[in-house]
Design a protein around this ligand. Sequence first.
Ligand code: UDP
Length: 253
Amino acid sequence: MARRKKIYEGKAKILYEGPEPGTIVQYFKDDATAFNAQKKDVIEGKGVLNNRLSEFFMTGLAQIGVPTHFIKRINMREQLCRSCEIIPLEVIVRNYAAGSMSTRLGIEEGTQLPRPIVEYCYKDDALGDPLVTEEHIAAFGWASQQDMDDILSLALRVNDFLSGVMLAVGIKLVDFKIEIGRVYDGDFQRLIVADEISPDSCRLWDMETGQKLDKDVFRRDLGNLTDAYTEVARRLGVLPKNASPITKPTLIN
Ligand code: UDP
């Protein structure tokens, strides 16, 4: 097989040139990092689960008319996506206080917010992805006012969709992060949901027990991360009951 050209390697994924112009291949690694990569590990099976879960969420979003970069899953670790220009913002939507918001504002983790709150962080690892306001975004030209209106609307639609999907399987969507890409159809530009949606980029708590089923399990040493992600996948019907991504790989093809 011809060697594919690597475009970019991030903390959890590698991007390769796709088979057609305008496409890329996203490869999901097993690497887990936290605290701006100060904590690192390899979690066997994580990439396989995130590939499947991101496929599940992106496909569901497309079905309700939210545009995404996802085209199709290629194999256990790779998916074909539309290439896009990533807007250098992490778009965070919060339904309950947790993580950096709890620290910053002194609100106890788990407190329900009066309404979903959308925050923006500037994507820059060296700076630790600092929180920015729409003033910074406009002044530095990272996105236009029209882009910001579209980003807010996409973020809230993704929130409604994900919250509902999770609620149906007894999971509370505490918060999540998405990234937005720009694509051009001729002269016309559109924004689409890009990157990934997985337990790496969401906070997911079991509704009854409060058990964490997301990357906080790794960040805070709360147990086995693959078990937590497998539980999310199993509840969503992405993995058949009792299937493990490691011991029974044929079941998830
Ligand atoms: N998040 C992410 N990537 C980042 C920062 C945050 O996916 O680089 C997600 C994180 O998993 C959580 C949400 O965004 O679901 C809000 O994260 P927060 O700002 O509370 O940051 P943290 O406490 O994780 O540093």
